[in-house]
Design a binder for this molecule. Structure first.
Ligand code: PGA
Length: 251
């Protein structure tokens, strides 16, 4: 069993560096008190360096990365630059990037491959846009397999899968959290594919976490009944008290 992993995905928030430092300091205070929970803070790029200097126990994450380590890619940021300022975790393939920036399965595969090859921890996001009933749509399996197309067995120890049904993300219209039961079904579904691809032992190193309207009131049931190994937290990670409560309840 892994320690629960709680990732704060701040998205394009907060507006100022000052607020970002306050948020990070609050999360760090909580990280220092709560044992056995791993906390990753994923602020926007401009705040990464400053946040790194105020955290000790929490880890630094980035919300995206380019696949090449340097070169003529205007506007992009490389995993090497991120690693250089202390980012250890990188979120790849978030649904907001797939939707608003048109990130394709091919691009996500290229990033996943490059990052894992270079020892970064990849938080790979997959999840369906719509779901009827409890069955996990095969679109989720397709996303997973296509992202892992170049990934070899010896590379997956740094892989984390974030199952995030798009309809459950708090900022989407009509959002509601998935049920812990369905999250459990998603874990089994994802784990089965990982076992088919890499065998039982290698697959067991991969953490599967849940994202979509995670709050202090539901985190424990996603971990306990849903058998999830952590959570990717968006909106609630911007409220220092609520985030601290999520971390405490994840213990
Ligand atoms: P949410 O976002 O917690 O606000 O639903 C999660 C995410 O998009 O990563």
């Amino acid at each position: 069993m892994h320690k629960p992993l709680i990732v704060a995905n701040w998205k394009m928030n907060p507006a100022s560096l000052k607020e970002a430092i306050l948020l990070a300091s609050a999360a760090e205070e909580c990280a220092a008190k709560v044992k056995n929970v791993e906390i990753v803070l994923a602020p926007p790029f401009p705040f990464l360096g400053a946040i790194k200097s105020v955290i000790k126990k929490s880890k630094l994450g980035a919300q995206d990365s380019f696949w090449a380590d340097s070169g003529p890619y205007t506007g992009e940021v490389s995993w090497k630059q991120l690693a250089g300022i202390g980012a250890e975790y990188i979120i790849i393939g978030h649904s907001e990037r797939r939707i608003h920036l048109g990130e394709s399965d091919e691009l996500i595969a290229k990033k996943t491959d490059a990052l894992l090859k270079n020892g970064m921890n990849v938080i790979l996001c997959i999840g369906e846009r719509e779901r009827e009933g409890g069955d996990i749509p095969i679109a989720v399996g397709i996303q997973l397999k296509s992202a892992l197309i170049g990934v070899k067995k010896n590379m997956i120890k740094n892989l984390i899968i974030a199952y995030e049904p798009v309809w459950a993300i708090s900022t989407n219209a009509g959002a509601r959290p998935d049920s812990p039961d369905n999250a459990f079904r998603a874990t089994l579904y994802i784990r089965k594919i990982l076992v088919e691809l890499y065998g039982r032992t290698a697959a067991s190193a991969v953490r599967i976490i849940y994202g979509g309207s995670v709050k202090s009131a539901n985190i424990a049931s996603f971990l306990r009944e849903g058998k999830m190994e952590g959570a990717l937290v968006g909106g609630a990670s911007l409220d220092p008290r609520e985030f601290a409560e999520i971390v405490r309840n994840a213990k």
